[in-house]
Design a protein around this ligand. Structure first.
Ligand code: TXA
Ligand code: MG
Length: 323
């Protein structure tokens, strides 16, 4: 059963304790309720996708208590700092390059080299972030394909029993998601219209480019943003899937008892736990890609159930013919 917590100091501390234990906690922000997990704990982040029933590893927004805390994990130039001064705390999310020292799980950013960061303007969110003391990854707290929740009752209607707790934070003021702006390229690019309007952004930093919306892009599957381009997740090495044997010039991505004969082995989950495998997938691809002397990466068969669908989706992209 999902526990309903209140806004008392005691309950906020309990929510922070649950996050630190790797549990999922929904909390109010000024936009919509988020489904939060410790952003640095890959297993907890994987549990978000599982709870939402999300078929793909869309990158998640990392929430921070302060701009300083956010900018310690991403590279912020002048434009980002200006936007932070103008709009944080508030309904604006910035996509920026990860710092090499960034401790956020690769899965939270879906393996991308950028990270979406936001400092929410809601007392419950802020108190929780301070009590927890680290970044909280959080998509909207609805089942995949459902409507974003703006009350604790909405959250329970979709996720009761699937998450540890929800903090009843009242109704959300903005009620629609944050604006997402990509500042990782040569020009600012609007990825999702939201709580901060385009005019306000442009008044502060000049012209912002816009293409198709994330929703349109998700439908057409030709994404610039959530990295849905077919070969976006490709490692340097070629990838062979569903292998039943492995060569001594190959690195093995194992799932369950490892095939023998590989030059290097990365175990996704000894016990064939799909949540654990999902949480270790991007780490494994990165690690094997960096091992010397490998001709390719060989991947053992992974079932399509649960998070296996998302794992196989990403592996299919990794193995897709390169343009
Ligand atoms: O208002 C909000 O933004 C809410 C509250 C909880 O903060 N969160 C939210 O998260 O709407 P979500 O996961 O539903 O939407 C995040 C959007 C997705 O469309 C995702 O593709 C995009 O941000 N995004 C996240 N990280 C990205 C990245 N590194 N590059 C490009 N797009 C990214
Ligand atoms: Mg959403």
């Amino acid at each position: 059963m999902t526990v309903v917590l209140n806004r008392t100091d005691r309950d906020i501390a309990e929510a922070a304790r649950l996050l630190a234990a790797g549990e999922l906690v929904s909390f109010g922000t000024e936009t919509v309720y988020g489904l939060g997990a410790d952003a640095c704990n890959a297993r907890a982040v994987a549990a978000i996708f599982e709870a939402k029933g999300r078929p793909h590893f869309n990158p998640l927004i990392c929430h921070y208590a302060t701009p300083e805390a956010a900018f310690a994990h991403v590279e912020a130039g002048e434009t980002a700092r200006r936007l932070a001064e103008m709009f944080w705390p508030g309904p604006l999310t910035m996509v920026l390059p990860r710092r090499v020292t960034c401790p956020v799980a690769l899965l939270a950013g879906a393996g991308l080299e950028t990270l979406a960061v936001r400092v929410p303007a809601h007392p419950v969110a802020t108190r929780l972030l301070i009590a927890f003391g680290g970044p909280v990854a959080a998509p909207s707290a609805n089942r995949s394909g459902g409507i974003s929740p703006t009350t604790a009752a909405h959250v329970l209607a979709g996720l009761d029993g699937r998450i540890a707790a929800v903090i009843d934070s009242g109704a959300c003021r903005v009620g629609l998601e944050s604006t997402v702006i990509d500042l990782s390229g040569p020009v600012p690019f609007l990825l999702r219209p939201g709580g901060v309007n385009l005019e306000a952004l442009e008044a502060s930093i000049g012209p912002v480019q816009r293409g198709i919306s994330i929703e349109q892009a998700e439908q057409s599957r030709t994404l610039r943003s959530p990295g849905m381009l077919v070969s976006h997740y490709a490692p340097r090495l070629p990838v062979r899937l569903k292998v039943r044997d492995v060569g001594d010039d190959e690195g093995l991505l194992a799932f369950g008892p490892a095939l023998t004969g590989a030059r290097a082995v990365f175990q996704l989950s000894e016990t064939r736990n799909l949540n654990e495998a999902a949480s270790r997938l991007f780490e494994g691809l990165h690690w094997l890609d960096a091992q010397p002397g490998l001709a390719r990466i060989a991947v053992m068969d992974i079932p399509e159930s649960g998070l296996g669908l998302a794992v196989n989706d990403r592996l299919g992209r990794a193995a897709a013919p390169r343009a």
